[in-house]
Design a protein around this ligand. Sequence first.
Ligand code: APR
Length: 238
Amino acid sequence: MNERSIVILTGAGISKESGLSTFRDADGIWATVRIEDVATPQAFRSNPVRVHDFYNDRRRQLCDAAIQPNAAHRALARLEAEWPGPVLLVTQNIDDLHERAGSRAVLHMHGELRKIRCGHCQSVREWLADLSVGTACPSCGHVAGLRPHVVWFGEMPLGMDDIHAALDACDLFVSIGTSGNVYPAAGFVDEVRRGGLAHTVELNLEPSVGASYFAEAIHGPATEIVPAFVERILAKGW
Ligand code: APR
């Protein structure tokens, strides 16, 4: 029985063909909005309304029926279902397209757009409506403490202990649809390489910043290269 373990890292590129913007492409989010205005704790303290507007727009878009998982998301769900060993899907994305495609072992290291957190009592809950400054926390009643359950620049990503344990134990590390610009995710491939004999593969539209760290690279649209890659892995491993 092939019990070898697989860790997959995804970024915004896997959701691009579902209609969600990436961040650093020419038409990406950071081409029109400044990180320091909407994606830092300081931004939220100084102008919470602007931060809420930014995430309310993205939450509404994610709830639009036109935004659906694509063939790449579905291929990763198939890999999890059919691979005999452990498969952990670590995503930098805050959308829920992996789950809607059927993936179950999903770790959102940058949080989730469909959840909110109270800065006062730290409770986290599903939340699909717009969030405003005057909304009271349903758990503690505190007003003005509710924020998107999203990791901002300068904050610690979620699940890092589990991620490091999975990276150290994996036999295959696959990075999909990420530019390799943001740490700690950008450093995962080097951590795996230093750990020993795991195979490392990058699947991306174009070479990422960290492309040279990967033993193998496959470039093209995710909806084409990810299903073909999963087919190959299931048929003959690596
Ligand atoms: N198929 C495959 N890859 C694609 C596609 C596609 N259809 N379209 C774009 N890409 C690739 C781009 O070439 C790019 O390398 O996806 C990558 C997206 O990179 P970024 O926009 O930098 O997104 P990501 O790497 O996920 O950003 C990481 O930065 O801003 C923070 O928190 C945010 O989680 C995000 C983190």
